[in-house]
Design a protein around this ligand. Structure first.
Ligand SMILES: [Zn+2]
Ligand SMILES: [Zn+2]
Length: 694
């Protein structure tokens, strides 16, 4: 008699591998039939791992006797077809293993089989208190209180077909009340469609508390799931579970939440869609914005992108008629954007002098009782420490950058040098390590130095500093912003962290110091990013109406198009200028790009490895078609934490063509590697699609 056929499941694991693994499914032991998307615990080598079932069959290419059996089954609902399709797309497009794409998107708590005990895990999570959210007293949000512009925009959104994919773009100058419009829209979606869930993607954690409170006051009866990296493992597990089981109607999260299963997803909002935080730099180098659009298309639902300064890609798509634009051009309370004044600085001034105009304007603003925001693009006291007698500079021994001087850092009250690339921290030397001279000078200026100088200029002002050092955690940053809103600060000095999304009420002056620093880097997106930042920064001022606010910008190049278009708030003109520039220089969105990254102890090994990749690509498509493969080069920041880094840029006019070539290259490189480390163990490599920095 023939024994009943064994059931074999194919499972993916969080490993840098393309393979699936076969396991035996023992139905008597697991008490259920296998289903796609189940999260299971598996023996692997001498330990155990969790994996996801992606196939079921009765056949394996491996001898049955050698196969191990699935150990336990999680109590989670199966990852549904839609989320598996999204992960498959992401894995294909970003050339990354399916397991290493999908598994890290499940909260860590759920990936630990110790929490799976039948019923118990879920009960334990269900018992967790929902984080209490104090509703905000923001009244603007009521549909009756929207201005005509907002009402029109809301009507456009309500008219959109909810069973059809469509990309809408809400173009609203800062302070025009975009959030009120999309929250009203989402509320309509939830009340008009049974079980409907909505997803809001935000670029940064420190934007969530403010929005959470607004949602809580606007939709008090809806459960909200908040997903970001600042939560405890359990809170995150709870929020994810509420989203996955359809219980949470509003899901609010940063980029990783795009890979959350949401069974009844009815629409997606991507707020500040231009923000580079939507792009993950390490590992699966995905763009949450791009994945959100793919997801909406795959699920046949509308998606709404919002920004005052759209990405060039979005602007291009509107021009081609692929996205539909909805405009909000009026600021609420008839508030005006600030008048912009450019202050031309000389090379020699940089980093030392606070200009006379700046001082006087700041003093006047203080006397008028209005707050001022001062943007500095570096945190710390000074970008580097130098020797007064020789050419010594505080270079990091492990990176090709300088160690930044901090007057205090974290719990350390005495001055330290800290490398912002690798984190190495040392005490400030008493004398020059090279010549022994004790005359060491801070070079340039960071947030701490500006804070100190401002305290000297206006000693009676309350000065507050907001940067990655003072706002290390969500809690600290919220406390700082509460202080600002309650008027407990007259002058706020900070990095661009200050510029995003916060509703300041009493800002009469905004100053941007050393605005050019980004402009003349080798990043071709620098003008676009700088323009967006400056518009965001300008938008912080004069939100409550009253006398028109002022914005001062320090630059060495006042004639640069970025500043010229900015002074007139001419977004359309600037976008047109940029598109022309990109087209002329064959850059995205007119070509598609990919980078191959390599790092090792010696630059020569990194470069040789990439040279091999280039030879392969050129052999594979000898007539090159429209594929351009540049020479391998060291990265702009060539050394980080002792590793020498290089890159190879590949360009093509067609995405499909680029995809084919990259798949072939990935296979070629994998054949000489274990995972993504070459077999000799010398070089670690990765492939990145649509890189932001080249
Ligand atoms: Zn010296
Ligand atoms: Zn370093």
């Amino acid at each position: 008699m023939k024994s009943p056929e064994k059931i074999i499941v194919q499972v993916i694991l969080d490993k840098p591998l393309k393979d699936v693994f076969d396991y035996i499914w023992n139905e008597a032991h697991l008490r259920t039939t296998p289903k796609l998307g189940m999260l299971v615990e598996l023996p692997f080598g001498s330990s155990s791992l969790v994996g996801i079932v992606v196939g079921v069959s009765t056949h394996s290419n491996i001898e049955l006797a050698k196969l191990k059996a699935v150990k336990t089954l999680s109590p989670l609902p199966c990852l549904d077809k839609k989320i598996r399709e999204l992960a498959e797309f992401a894995s294909r497009y970003y050339i990354y293993g399916l397991g290493e794409t999908l598994l890290p998107a499940i909260p860590k708590w759920w990936r630990s089989p110790a929490n799976w005990e039948k019923g118990l895990g879920v009960a334990r999570i269900d018992k967790l208190n929902v984080i209490k959210i104090t509703p905000s007293h923001d009244k603007v949000i009521d549909p009756e209180q929207l201005n005509q512009d907002q009402v029109d925009a809301l009507r456009h959104l309500s008219d959109a077909d909810h069973k059809k994919f469509q990309t809408l773009f809400l173009n609203g100058v800062t302070g025009s009340g975009k959030t009120a419009v999309y929250l009203n829209y989402l509320q309509q979606v939830i009340s008009n469609h049974r079980d409907a869930q909505v997803l809001i993607l935000l670029p940064e954690i420190n934007l969530t508390p403010q929005l959470e409170r607004r949602i809580a006051s606007h939709m008090p009866n809806q459960e909200m799931a908040v997903l970001h990296s600042g939560l405890s493992d359990k809170q995150r597990a709870r929020a994810w579970y509420a989203a996955t089981t359809g219980k949470a109607k509003v899901i609010l999260g940063t980029r990783l939440s795009i890979l959350t299963p949401i069974p009844n997803l009815a629409t997606i909002v991507v707020d500040e869609e231009h923000d580079s935080s939507f792009k993950q730099q390490e590992g699966l180098g995905y763009s949450a914005r791009d994945l959100a659009i793919w997801r909406a298309k795959n699920e046949s639902i509308p998606i709404l992108l919002c920004s005052a300064t759209p990405s060039l890609e979005t602007w291009h798509a509107i021009g081609q008629g692929r996205y539909k634009e909805i405009k909000l051009s009026e600021r609420i309370h008839q508030a005006q954007m600030p008048i912009i004044e450019l202050i031309q600085t000389q090379q020699a001034d940089r980093g030392t002098v606070i200009s006379g105009i700046f001082k006087r304007t700041l003093q006047n603003n203080f006397q008028e009782g209005r707050q001022a925001l001062i943007f500095v693009n570096r945190r710390g006291f000074a970008p580097a420490l130098s020797c007064g007698s020789c050419d010594w500079l505080s270079e990091c021994p492990d990176c090709s950058g300088f160690m930044v001087m901090h007057k205090q850092l974290g719990s350390r009250r005495s001055p330290v040098l800290c490398c912002h690339h690798c984190g190495l921290t040392k005490s400030v030397p008493r004398s020059c390590p090279k010549c022994g001279d004790s005359d060491l000078l801070p070079l340039g200026r960071g947030t701490q130095k500006i804070e100190e100088q401002i305290r000297e200029i206006i000693p009676q002002a309350k000065v507050l500093r907001v940067d990655a050092d003072t706002a290390r955690t969500g809690k600290l940053s919220e406390a700082l912003f509460t202080k600002i809103h309650q008027g407990e600060a007259d002058i706020i000095v900070g990095t661009q962290m200050l510029s995003k999304g916060h509703d300041y009420q009493n800002i009469g002056l905004v100053c941007v110091l050393d605005a050019d620093a980004r402009l003349y880097s080798n990043d071709y997106r620098a003008p676009e990013t700088l323009f967006a930042q400056l518009v965001q920064v300008a938008g912080r001022a004069g939100r409550s109406g009253g006398e028109q606010a002022k914005m001062l910008i320090e630059t060495r190049y006042p004639n640069d198009p970025v500043y010229q278009y900015l002074c007139n708030y001419d977004l359309a003109g600037f976008m047109k200028h940029l598109l022309k520039d990109r087209q002329d220089s064959r850059l995205p969105p007119y070509v598609s790009q990919a980078l191959v990254h390599a790092q090792s102890t010696h630059m020569a090994d990194s470069l040789n490895f990439l040279a091999g990749a280039k030879v392969f690509l050129e052999k594979k498509s000898p007539n090159q078609g429209r594929l351009v493969c540049f020479d391998p080069v060291p990265k702009a920041l060539a050394k980080v934490a002792g590793k020498e880094r290089a890159q190879l840029l590949i360009e093509a006019e067609s995405r499909t063509q680029l995809q084919t070539q990259l798949n072939a290259l990935d296979e070629f490189l994998r054949n000489q590697s274990t995972g993504r480390i070459t077999k000799q163990g010398k070089v670690r490599w990765s492939i990145e699609r649509d890189p932001l920095l080249i």
